[in-house]
Design a binder for this molecule. Structure first.
Ligand code: PEP
Length: 257
């Protein structure tokens, strides 16, 4: 049984004061929720403070990116060692906004995934097709290229690899208010699992696959209610305490029903 995972991606939103206010209020809003993981991927500058504020809560923290090297002359970058040092558990890698705006290549993403594992961080690897690829029915081809581009040749034990999280995020659904259809997302998640099965056998049954793209409290169960989908990566609906708490509560109620 894979544990449900809901990941907030705050992107480049929230000052430190705003992040603190959210984290101070949020645990009260989701009191009584158990048996699922909630991760907040905050901007780097807030992580040190939030790691103190979340100490006595069930909330986990994630980063939105990282460099692959432990340390070095890489101006402006943050290393996996620095994240681990703060007790950060997860790191988003290969988000489509980084692929698009920062030209992140498969090779770079592969290095980051390998490095995350080396430093005991759990990568949340994002994959997904853009609208053009979607319209020309290239989704499966793109997914396979991105998945193997990031994972092929990784020398990681299976019991570590299975901790990985994959986020299927159709680029056309991110921040547009137009999510994928639940059945469509479930079919792609199933396809991703079949690719994992081909290469890494039973690891495929343990890896959690999330859906991301315009998820909100009203549509979340269309995704989390599906067999192959283990949770969600949530952008804009994670920025408001009340909205995100409602989304978590909806998922929790559905799991118990
Ligand atoms: C995301 O940032 O990964 C995302 C899914 O954003 P949104 O929920 O706003 O579409």
């Amino acid at each position: 049984m894979r544990q449900t995972l809901i990941v907030a991606n705050w992107k480049m939103y929230k000052t430190l004061a705003e992040a603190e206010e959210f984290i101070e209020r949020f645990p009260g809003e989701i009191a009584g929720i158990s048996g699922m993981e909630t991760v907040i991927c905050a901007p780097f500058i807030s992580l040190a403070r939030l790691s103190v504020l979340t100490e006595r809560t069930t909330l986990l923290l994630g980063a939105q990116n990282m460099h692959w090297q432990k340390e070095g002359a890489f101006t402006g970058e943050i290393s996996p060692l620095m994240l681990r040092d703060l007790g950060i558990k997860y790191v988003i890698i290969g988000h489509s906004e980084r692929r698009l705006h920062f030209n992140e290549s498969s090779l770079l993403i592969k290095r980051k995934v390998a490095s995350a594992f080396n430093f005991g961080l759990i990568p949340i690897l994002c994959i997904g097709e853009n609208w053009e690829q979607h319209s020309s029915k290239e989704t499966e081809k793109v997914i396979a290229e991105q998945l193997f581009g990031a994972l092929e040749g990784l020398t990681v034990e299976k019991d570590i690899l299975q901790k990985m999280v994959l986020a299927y995020e159709p680029v056309w659904a991110i921040g547009t208010g137009t999510p994928a259809h639940g059945d469509e997302a479930n079919a792609i998640a199933g396809f991703i699992r079949s690719l994992l099965q081909e290469k890494w056998g039973e690891v495929s049954e343990k890896v959690r696959i999330l859906y991301g793209g315009s998820v909100n409290p009203d549509n979340i169960t269309e995704f989390t209610g599906k067999e192959e989908i283990d949770g969600a990566l949530v952008g804009s609906s994670s920025l408001n305490v009340k909205t995100f708490a409602e989304l978590i509560r909806v998922v929790f109620s559905e799991r118990r029903a």
